[in-house]
Design a protein around this ligand. Structure first.
Ligand SMILES: [Zn+2]
Ligand SMILES: [Zn+2]
Length: 247
């Protein structure tokens, strides 16, 4: 008998760090998944810094919790952090790639890449007035950043970014006609799902995620923007819990 197909996932956090792969996180992935469920998400994507999980571990975590878990990676490139979906190698980047090199690697495996928090370390307009004066100058300069030609999407809703940074990234993504995504950039379990990506058509697996990104059938979101009551009070463990994760 065929295994039943997994349910469609509509709200997925595409940017999560854990203690199994990011030196700056102690989060136990099991706690992360349980917390994501409690917050009402349908899936998460693990994106450790410059290293991939063994795909078997990704699948084990997903099966154990009956929850969509996808293995991605956040790569430091010459133009900043880039989230990649669909890559299986190298397990760890010893030499960090340029964004052009990364694009070639991703294209070889039919993956997708999204520039993460593009304005975290770049100059931003001082106010939310993006359509005139100094705001417009910032937009015009941002539109010329060449890496926007090399990505499939822009992480507009990054959980660590402030409202001005998100709004600015949203304007630039819109002007560049690039799809937007959202991910919490969680390093601690209560942060998971602060922001997330909506897949209006639903996804069941990594390939669906890549296809939706390439088709532009995604949007970065947070609970307010979606008009959903924020369930973030539903922390399953004390908010200062730092369970050291066994590898
Ligand atoms: Zn980052
Ligand atoms: Zn990150």
């Amino acid at each position: 008998m065929e295994a039943p197909s997994p349910p469609l996932a509509f709200r997925v956090d595409l940017h999560c760090h854990t203690g199994w792969g990011s030196g700056d996180s102690h989060t136990d992935p099991n706690v992360l998944v349980a917390q994501a469920k409690a917050f009402g998400l349908d899936g998460i994507c693990i994106t450790e810094h410059n290293q991939l999980w063994d795909q078997r571990k990704v699948e084990q975590l997903s099966d154990k919790h009956g929850f969509l878990v996808i293995g991605g990676i956040e790569v430091d490139t010459d133009v900043g952090h880039v989230l990649v979906y669909g890559l299986r190698a190298p397990r760890r980047f010893i030499r960090l790639p340029t964004i052009e090199e990364l694009r070639r690697m991703v294209d070889e495996v039919g993956g997708a890449m999204v520039v993460a928090h593009p304005f975290r370390k770049r100059q931003k307009p001082p106010t939310a007035e993006f359509c005139s004066g100094v705001g417009l100058e910032f937009v015009e300069r941002a539109l010329e950043l060449p890496f926007f030609d090399l990505v499939d999407g822009v992480e507009v809703q990054n959980g660590i970014a402030g409202p001005l940074e998100r709004a600015f990234a949203g304007v630039v993504a819109g002007e560049r006609c690039l799809p937007t995504t959202g991910g919490s950039d969680t390093h601690r379990h209560p942060e998971v799902g602060t922001t997330f990506t909506v897949f209006p058509g639903g996804i069941r697996n990594e390939q669906d995620l890549i296809d939706a990104l390439k088709a532009g059938e995604v949007r970065g979101a947070d609970w307010d923007a979606e008009g959903i009551p924020d369930r973030r009070h539903a922390s399953i463990l004390p908010r200062d819990y730092t369970g050291i994760a066994p590898g």
